[in-house]
Design a protein around this ligand. Structure first.
Ligand SMILES: Cc1cc2nc3c(=O)[nH]c(=O)nc-3n(C[C@H](O)[C@H](O)[C@H](O)COP(=O)(O)O)c2cc1C
Length: 180
């Protein structure tokens, strides 16, 4: 598939088959995705893969720490993302310099988009999620983040049960100013 076809074919998927996603394949794809631009080669990223028992243990460990009256609601919210056979957390360091942190967020976002396109090329579906709970200290702690790290996104990964049609986008000619 040509790059323009991969870009146009990628859509967010949230229903996956139970087919296991191989960790080795994902590591390979991440090794390719990191060839993204990043200022001063800070490479402001690391990854956490949750799948199989590791995923289930993580959810249980997190829910164990939640107050009883909130548990059902949080469980329901989490299931939306963690129903995927695999979830990859993209983790970046905080930066005390606002401009640097913005650049780092841009750089890790470029890695994420590379990753989504590489998944598409492999016939794998994905969904980029940023639920509110990724900001909670408890979620970050249970996931094993350091206090100076944040989550740029949780990526649901799996073999999609079906594929949505791409959502239409604004046409470039309507939103581009050309000085020539
Ligand atoms: C930074 C970022 C965060 C996102 N967070 C969420 C989210 O929390 N929940 C959600 O349903 N979709 C989320 N999305 C996915 C978008 O809703 C989706 O990409 C958009 O509707 C376009 O659809 P498509 O991916 O099928 O082209 C996020 C996308 C980006 C880039």
């Amino acid at each position: 598939m040509l790059l323009n076809e991969i870009i146009r074919n990628r859509v967010s998927s949230n229903k996956f088959t139970n087919t296991k996603v191989e960790n080795n394949l994902i590591i390979e794809l991440l090794d390719q995705a990191v060839y993204a631009p990043n200022h001063k080669m800070r490479e402001p990223w690391r990854f956490i893969i949750l799948e199989g028992n590791g995923k289930l243990n993580f959810i249980q460990k997190y829910l164990d720490e939640i107050h009883e009256e909130q548990k059902d609601e949080i469980k329901k919210t989490m299931e939306k993302v963690f129903q995927a056979p695999m979830v990859v957390a993209f983790v970046m360091p905080k930066n005390s310099d606002y401009s640097d942190e913005l650049e780092d967020l841009q750089a890790i976002s470029a890695v994420i988009q590379n990753f989504l396109l590489l998944l598409e090329e492999q016939g794998l579906g994905s969904f980029w999620k940023t639920p509110k709970y990724i900001e909670s200290d408890l979620f970050k702690e249970v996931l094993g983040l350091n206090t100076n790290e944040i989550i740029a996104g949780l990526i649901m990964v799996g073999y999609a049960q079906s594929k949505n049609l791409p959502k239409p986008r604004k046409k470039a000619k309507d939103i581009t100013t050309i000085y020539s």
